[in-house]
Write a protein that binds this ligand. Structure first.
Ligand code: AMP
Length: 380
């Protein structure tokens, strides 16, 4: 089914053609007509399913020249859990918004950076992508008014609740006009999400997009049993011998992420680390460089295991295991997405062996194990 059959306008179809979105993904097929019809929607869809475009396109189309009557009165509010996702979603609005025949000015706002430039940038904005805390600050200082909002989107609602945004979300809901369209997206339908669903949505259309089983099958996995003091050499060995040009390395803590990136740098490998303690500017610049292929190695914590879309990421390395098997799948899911094959390597020290067998059981996949002491790591 082509996008035009879903009701997408010829203007936006030009944007789709430019981005080479040839046909809609399942969540787009379902959500686009319902959102165009101004229904409330609950979409259970993972990152990588194409959920962002599934609301960005119809929301843009529904604007139909509607600009908030007064300055600083936005029409569309998208709430997201992290700064990175805010920037990423806003970019999708900007990309497609350029093809809209109507006034579209989008902006991403989030904490951790100075509020004044955001206050100024809010002039004439009609689509705002925000993290909850900063949104409240802006609304309370009258830099922004929420009473003209016609559409509210909650993206990665499950993650927002995990991160403890519930009170802030309630505070925001209380500021919104009662009559509005509500769109809720979540990777899981946890009890918390169901509570928000009951509170927020009015006779929603519910779409549960089950991720293709083959997703995990697409990922080539190898695990190495390796002592802690050999992890560094093994990492450099893999980066060099596999000629990795773009690899995301996961560490268990911010401290470890910094240490791994430093060590790589000292050994002549261009690497950087990002995590929640790095400044927003640094995170953005580093992620942009990595996505553009100008930085071969990015070391991070589970901050990035969900929500961030990097196209065609060929390699993921688990330097340490995450606590939860779900996080493991999210991490390796950064590769092998959108039907591109990818490779994931996992380092398992002696202590982690039992935990790794639990992960494999949960993932329903046995991973090939290689003993790193059989590899000649001299010189790495
Ligand atoms: P998302 O789940 O929104 O993070 O999207 C995952 C990736 O799929 C992004 O890189 C999108 O640009 C891409 N994408 C979304 N929809 C389509 C489509 N219909 N055809 C091709 N690529 C798409």
């Amino acid at each position: 089914m082509p996008f035009s059959a879903l009701g997408i306008s010829t203007h936006l179809i030009k944007g789709l053609e430019k981005l080479k979105y040839l046909k809609p993904y399942p969540i787009q097929e379902k959500a686009i007509p319902a959102i165009l019809a101004r229904k409330d929607v609950l979409g259970i869809a993972q990152t990588g399913s194409g959920k962002t475009a599934s609301y960005v396109l119809p929301v843009l189309q529904n604007l139909k020249g509607k600009t908030a009557t007064k300055n600083r009165h936005i029409n569309v509010l998208v709430l997201v859990p992290t700064r990175e996702l805010a920037a990423q979603v806003e970019e999708v609005f900007r990309t497609f918004g350029a093809f809209s025949p109507f006034h579209v000015k989008s902006l991403a706002v989030f904490g951790g950076v100075s509020i004044n430039p955001q206050m100024q940038a809010l002039q004439n904005v009609n689509i705002l992508v925000a993290t909850p805390g900063r949104l409240i600050e802006l609304a309370k200082s009258n830099a922004l008014h929420l009473d003209s909002i016609s559409t509210l989107v909650l993206d990665e609602a499950d993650k927002m609740l995990n991160l403890g945004f519930k009170d802030e979300m309630d505070e925001i809901f209380a500021m919104l006009p009662a009559k509005r369209q509500n769109l809720l997206f979540s990777a899981t339908l946890s009890p918390d999400v169901q509570n928000v669903e009951r509170l927020l949505l009015n006779k929603p259309e519910v779409f549960n997009i089950v991720p293709k089983e083959t997703n995990i099958e697409l990922i080539q996995q190898t695990a190495y049993t390796v002592a802690d003091d050999k992890k560094g050499p093994l990492l450099r060995y893999l980066i060099k011998t596999k000629e990795m040009k773009q690899v995301l390395v996961f560490a268990s803590s911010r401290y470890q992420a910094d240490l791994i990136a430093d060590k790589l740098g000292k050994n002549g490998v261009n690497a950087r680390s990002i995590h929640s303690k790095k400044s927003q500017g640094y995170r953005k610049e580093t992620l942009t460089n990595f996505k553009a292929g100008n930085l071969p190695v990015l070391v991070t914590t589970d901050l990035l295991s969900r929500g961030i879309d990097i196209e065609f990421l060929p390699f993921v390395i688990n330097y340490e295991l995450p606590r939860s098997p779900k996080d493991f799948v999210h991490r390796i899911g950064r590769t092998g997405r959108a039907e591109n094959p990818g490779t994931a390597f996992t380092f398992v020290n002696e202590e982690a062996q039992h935990h790794f067998s639990v992960i494999q059981k949960k993932m329903k996949k046995q991973v090939e194990m290689v003993d790193a002491s059989d590899i000649d790591l001299h010189g790495f």
